[in-house]
Design a protein around this ligand. Structure first.
Ligand SMILES: CC(C)(COP(=O)(O)OP(=O)(O)OC[C@H]1O[C@@H](n2cnc3c(N)ncnc32)[C@H](O)[C@@H]1OP(=O)(O)O)[C@@H](O)C(=O)NCCC(=O)NCCS
Length: 304
């Protein structure tokens, strides 16, 4: 019997009709994003998300997201378990890098799982920060409202110049401003999309203006807390606990940079525990210079 001819690999732009198959790869990897998250990635970069096909079957994905002119993110690098170790992820990464270099991105970032890290190292990515996925629970009426409200009250006593309130579309400009200080690059289209998809969005107002903001959005396995950005430990804790108080008793994921001790402490106080590591990696120029102390929770491993 003659050997089965290897199926050829083709790469092409990901299309809206691919999203159910792409989301099946996401589910097979146990990741938390939803089809709405895929839709946002495609809306942000209609020509910058890629599919790998073998024999008309979608077997791999990767997405790019540009943040301003100079920096960009690669995410959703997923390969069907039955088609791994054939160079598919490498081919997808090279396509993403080619596109981003042509678009002028000097610094390309990603958040690597332990499985992805060797692949990225071979492509010239180097680690710049460690993060961890933390898991906890919402604290809606069913679980411990008093205790959490107490912790938040102690941290952030409301006063004439200090309050938490719901964020709306009119807040987008100030959210984008604070995010640019934190992240170091402009991310207005991303924040607009995430704000529109949030189940709860809060801002902290302080005497000097916006002291922080936080979003909570649906996920396939758990609600996702992030981005969460704040100018002080107190504002970060108050925002996190108020977001969780509206979340009901189900699981919540929150990705926190290891370097932010205040954020880790807030997560511990709210009953969260680290679940798995992620490595932030960069290729090319140094990442945009933001204020890491303000980053209490990233937006998503797929976009930074
Ligand atoms: C990580 C992941 C994307 C890799 O996909 P992949 O298509 O298997 O990756 P590649 O084939 O390009 O490279 C994987 C390995 O196969 C090797 N390889 C590539 N082509 C090969 C071939 N023809 N024969 C034998 N080995 C091969 C590569 O050298 C690499 O070796 P390593 O294990 O020493 O790193 C995939 O395992 C996956 O989807 N994991 C779950 C999701 C995840 O963690 N994604 C990364 C997010 S940051």
């Amino acid at each position: 019997m003659s050997p089965i001819a290897p199926l050829s690999l083709s790469l092409r732009p990901l299309a809206p009709a691919d999203l159910p198959a792409a989301d099946a790869l996401r589910a097979a990897a146990g990741w938390n994003q939803t089809i709405e998250d895929w839709r946002l990635l495609l809306e942000l970069e209609p020509d910058g998300c890629f599919a790998a096909e073998r024999g008309e079957r979608l077997v791999g994905t990767a997405t790019t997201t540009r943040h301003g002119a100079g920096s960009a993110w690669i995410g959703m690098v997923l390969v069907d378990p039955a088609h791994r170790r054939l160079g598919i992820a490498t081919a997808l990464m090279l396509r993403c890098l080619e596109r981003l270099e042509a678009a002028g991105a000097r610094s390309v970032l990603l958040d690597a799982t332990p499985a992805g890290r060797p692949l990225y190292e071979r492509l010239g990515f180097r680690p710049v920060a460690a993060l961890a996925r933390w898991e906890g629970q919402g604290t809606g009426a069913e679980v411990g409202v008093g205790a959490v409200a107490g912790a938040a009250r102690a941290a952030w006593a409301p006063g004439p110049h200090r309050r938490l309130r719901a964020a709306g579309p009119a807040d987008l400009g100030s959210l984008v401003g604070l995010d640019q200080r934190t992240f170091g690059a402009p991310r207005e289209p991303l924040l607009r999309g995430l704000l529109g998809r949030s189940v709860r969005a809060l801002v902290a107002e302080g005497a000097g203006g916006l002291a922080g903001f936080g979003l909570l959005r649906p996920g396939s396995r758990a609600l996702y807390l992030g981005p969460l950005e704040a100018v002080s430990e107190e504002a970060g804790l108050a925002l996190a606990s108020a977001l969780l108080a509206g979340a009901g008793p189900g699981p919540v994921f929150w990705d926190i940079p290891d370097s932010n001790a205040a954020a880790r402490l807030a997560a511990e106080r709210l009953g969260f525990r680290p679940q798995r590591p992620l490595e932030r990696m960069v290729r090319g120029a140094a990442p945009p210079a933001g204020d890491a102390a303000m980053l209490f929770g990233i937006a998503d491993p797929a976009v930074g």
